[in-house]
Design a protein around this ligand. Structure first.
Ligand code: TXA
Ligand code: MG
Length: 320
């Protein structure tokens, strides 16, 4: 057990990371649980603290293009163009790894995931370090990702020494992960950058190839991004009818369902999908901590970042 401190001291974060300890860092997407990406002993601590069941590859965070280039053997033109327009920002690139990258970071894959986060504190810290930061989201495995220092504290208190407090995450959803196949861009995870943005920059269609959203075989993880209370997504009226006498919490986009429920959250009364995305994980946590039996979410418009919102809700949804 550690004493977990929340603070804003970059020097303290640096010293801990250099000693192979874990530090939670703010990014514009979600908070990360960071370790020295060149130190396998430090990386192993990430899995332990998160209770990650298997060795899932980790994203390496760097401050700039020069640092990124050392970690890869090539960068397709489409990647360079995306980097110029979108990085620092909520996008992660899968690229062939150089020998500098430990196999533990990529879980044996020949490709490494690289991201330049846009949060000023994260960028400053990364500039102070002479190694990249391996960092998954700073939540216990399977739970909703943290978008504030307090969320990290709630989940990992006692398991890490330091949480660098950079305020609330402005994007609120994880980064979009892209790979490159013969200069074609493939989206592997929907996130803070939309398919539309990517295709405008590259001038080509983007393919989407997502990992399965709803594992069904027994023994597979029940769900990801999950609340402790059952969460259902779909036709709100029908779902409510299926739970007579239960305490229901509703997660809506811009309009009230106009139904009698225990609690209802409107993520963006003005109808902004970006605002809804930024508030999604906080609202999921809030409903999870309220006195409710079930959480019901509407399906969001399946366009722009709305697709990433639906993806997260579907992954969080309770599989009966
Ligand atoms: O916004 C984000 O991306 C946040 C912040 C902290 O940067 N990080 C994050 O990390 O969401 P994590 O570990 O929770 O999700 C990273 C995803 C995982 O699903 C992992 O399987 C995938 O990226 N990934 C990482 N490296 C990979 C690789 N070499 N090949 C394929 N997938 C990879
Ligand atoms: Mg995660």
């Amino acid at each position: 057990m550690y004493q977990t401190t929340i603070g804003k001291e970059l020097d303290q974060a640096k010293a801990l990371l250099e000693r192979g300890e874990l530090v939670s860092i703010p990014t514009e997407t979600v908070y990360g649980l960071a370790a020295n990406g060149f130190n396998e002993v430090a990386i192993a601590k990430i899995y332990e603290a998160k209770n990650r069941p298997q060795f899932n590859p980790l994203i390496l965070h760097v401050a700039n293009l020069a640092q990124a280039e050392r970690l890869v053997t090539e960068m397709p033109d489409a990647c360079k163009r995306l980097m110029q327009s979108l990085s620092p920002g909520p996008i992660t690139y899968l690229l062939p790894k150089s020998t500098l990258v430990p196999d533990m970071v990529t879980a044996g894959s020949a490709r490494v995931a690289i991201r330049i986060p846009a949060h000023p504190m994260a960028l400053e810290l990364l500039t102070m370090l002479d190694f990249p930061l391996a960092a998954p989201s700073a939540n216990p495995s399977g739970y909703v990702s943290p978008v504030s220092a307090m969320h990290v504290f709630e989940g990992l208190q006692g398991k890490i020494r330091y949480i660098l407090d950079g305020g609330s995450c402005t994007i609120g959803l994880e980064s979009t992960i892209v790979g490159f196949e013969e200069d074609e861009v493939v989206i592997h995870r929907l996130g803070g950058i939309t398919a539309e943005q990517i295709s405008t920059i590259t001038g080509a269609e983007v393919k989407t190839s997502l990992a399965h959203a709803s594992p069904t075989a027994p023994g597979q993880l029940k769900s990801h991004y999950a609340t402790t209370k059952p969460l259902l997504i779909g036709n709100v009226q029908q779902l409510i009818n299926a739970f007579p006498g239960k305490k229901i919490g509703l997660l809506m986009f811009n309009q009230s369902a106009g139904l009698v429920v225990e609690k209802e959250i409107l993520l963006s009364p003005s109808g902004s999908l970006g605002e809804a995305a930024a508030g999604l994980f906080r609202a999921m946590r809030l409903l999870d901590q309220s006195d409710l039996d079930v959480i019901i979410a509407q399906r969001f418009p399946d366009t722009g970042i709305g697709r990433a919102i639906n993806d997260r809700l579907e992954r969080a949804a309770y599989k009966s």
